[in-house]
Write a protein that binds this ligand. Sequence first.
Ligand code: NAD
Ligand code: UD1
Length: 307
Amino acid sequence: MARYLVTGGCGFIGSHLIERLIAAGNDVRVLDDLSTGRKDNLPSGVPLTVGDVADPDLVNDLMGGVDGCFHLAAVASVDRSREDWRGTNRTNLAGTITVFDAARRAAGGAPVPVVYASSAAVYGDNQNVPLVEAATVGPLSAYGADKLACELHARVADGVHGVPTTGFRFFNVFGPRQDPKSPYSGVISIFAARIARGEPITINGDGEQVRDFVYVRDLVRYLTAAMDKPVPGAPVYNVCTGVPTTVNRLAEVLADLAGRPLDRRHGPPRSGDIRVSIGDPSRLVAAFGMACGTSLEDGLRDTLAWL
Ligand code: NAD
Ligand code: UD1
């Protein structure tokens, strides 16, 4: 049993991680400002501090005595990062440095490991798919730029301050508890909710854009495995399946699974939309000995069942 701080624990991915940590008998504390997360995403009894991840006193305090930190708190929306550039930077980059800095002396003055969320957004529209971790990065948004900067500061945390870090470049994550009501929500949660209610969906552009969809319960296994065996060198891994799915096909599979007719409309392409995003999971599988094994269909069934 270990004691962990989870930032962003009331969010979509954080809540699945906490479920897993608790089931394994760990002691968990959460820091979240509830900007997009929800208190009722947390299992009962998990202590929550409502506050800002970029507040150094608060983070230092919460980091005291933990064995490690899972850092997921972020403004997780590319659109939001366009609207609020400086505010996003404060949470996404300053918040991450605040976490690394506090981790330097968490265990009675000694460093503890940090496992943190990066994003496929660091690749920008690099079309050299499937994308390997060594591919050229070129973020197209403030969100992606900050995630890349987090990876650079993770190297500083490791090399200069002795804080072991592991970064995960999540591709398109989906599953239960991804809030379909949020304007920043992922395509699967939006389509699943609308199709299940028999409402029309809007496909941006021709729908032939491709994504690599990762089921959330597959993803959180890597986070805990990385915490269990931290390695030096601030490694970063894609979290992806390598399986391409077009937005059109996604809509068809969802309608099929929901047993509803598909009412699809095409809107204009989303400005700056990436055409093809597929990751190469080889490095992830080699390091952790497991692939993201849940099929899209099974993951979608779970998501529909949750609605
Ligand atoms: P989410 O919005 O559900 O979770 C983020 C959590 O962070 C929320 O609970 C929110 O309230 C909290 N938060 C935001 N700003 C904060 C602040 N200043 N202080 C404290 N808490 C704050 O999003 P998610 O999808 O669960 O994302 C988790 C992590 O994964 C994020 O770092 C995100 O950038 C990353 N990520 C997600 C995806 C995806 O497809 N969902 C893809 C790539 C990367
Ligand atoms: C997603 C993540 C982002 C992450 C990036 C990494 C979400 C909300 N965003 O962005 O955090 O950094 O992956 O690659 O998970 N679409 C429609 N109709 C809709 C909604 C979306 O056609 O109603 C289309 C979009 O135009 C896009 C695709 O579906 O082509 C996926 O969109 P979205 O789920 O928003 O994810 P990304 O933009 O890929």
